[in-house]
Design a binder for this molecule. Structure first.
Ligand code: SAM
Length: 271
């Protein structure tokens, strides 16, 4: 985005006016307080703070979501896992009620998108989402209210967030932390403002696979319904290690999904 556009976006954000309003009010003067707020935002922008954090919102799957520095900014890469989750939902559309779980929901953008799309498709589902971060769940709750959907939010360490009465789920999906020590250098500079817990997980590892390993170690037949499955988003170079993990945990590798550049980014695992 050009500097001029950024400035226009900041001004319309501070004045709470649509950007087209600025063009017909070009000569308008700012109050001291407005001027200070505008230059404050500009400084944050120059410092590298992502626009999503400056404006407190971002777009995912053509919907707006509230974000703060407590949550990862949802990436368009994650549209792949959302699409494949919806694909699985459609395969089960004749089921009376489909139970869907997201582990590590952050802003809630992914599960809320699935919920909104299921509503549009007229498919009845029950949605549950977890996170270990209380602050992230507070943002997810705001988004659940904003989008008027029903998602049960639970706090806790992966599966520990849920008691057995919630089981079994038909579809589980997760975009867990998966950045390994070696990959840090590939991250854009702006990621320094995002929660370390969301990028690297609790136990930062060289391979970045610690969270995926945790999730797959503790999954069992009781958590998933028969023909239940888990979809996991992962890093661009983790396909081989994940396949070995699946084998090691006696789970079933079902399918690999690729992004538009042909890079493997989501795996479907049978439980
Ligand atoms: C990569 S972010 C994904 C957030 C969101 N689903 C998205 O795609 O925008 C990973 C999320 O997992 C959460 N998380 C990290 N460790 C966790 C754990 N041990 N148990 C549950 N959630 C965890 C983080 O707080 C973060 O919100």
């Amino acid at each position: 985005m050009s500097k001029k556009k950024i400035l226009a976006r900041i001004i319309s954000f501070i004045l709470k006016k649509p950007s087209h309003w600025l063009f017909v009010n070009e000569n308008r003067e700012f109050t001291k307080s407005q001027y200070e707020k505008i230059s404050g935002c500009l400084k944050l922008f120059q410092y590298g703070l992502p626009q999503a954090y400056i404006f407190g919102k971002t777009e995912f799957y053509s919907r707006e979501f509230i974000v703060s520095e407590d949550v990862l900014i949802p990436r368009c890469d994650s549209e792949l896992i959302v699409k494949e989750t919806l694909h699985e939902v459609q395969k089960r559309k004749n089921k009376k009620q489909i139970k869907i779980l997201e582990l590590g929901t952050g802003s809630g953008a992914l599960i809320i998108t699935v919920a909104k799309e299921c509503k549009n498709l007229g498919i009845s589902c029950v949605f549950t989402a977890t996170d270990i971060s209380k602050d992230a769940l507070a943002i997810a709750k705001k988004n659940v209210i904003l989008h008027d959907v029903s998602v049960d939010l639970h706090i806790g360490d992966w599966w520990d967030a849920l008691d057995v009465t919630r089981y079994p789920f038909d579809i589980v999906f997760s975009n867990p932390p998966y950045v390994g020590a070696a990959e840090r250098r590939f991250l854009s500079k702006n990621t320094r403002f995002e929660p370390k817990l969301a990028l690297y997980g609790q136990y930062q590892s060289k391979s970045g696979l610690a969270s995926i390993n945790e999730i797959l170690s503790k999954i069992d037949g009781k958590i998933c319904a028969s023909s239940g499955l888990i979809l996991i988003e992962h890093g661009f170079n983790q396909q081989r290690e994940i396949k070995s993990l699946i084998k090691e945990k006696h789970l079933n590798f079902l399918e690999q999904y690729y992004d538009l550049s042909g890079i493997p980014r989501v795996v479907k695992i049978g439980v």
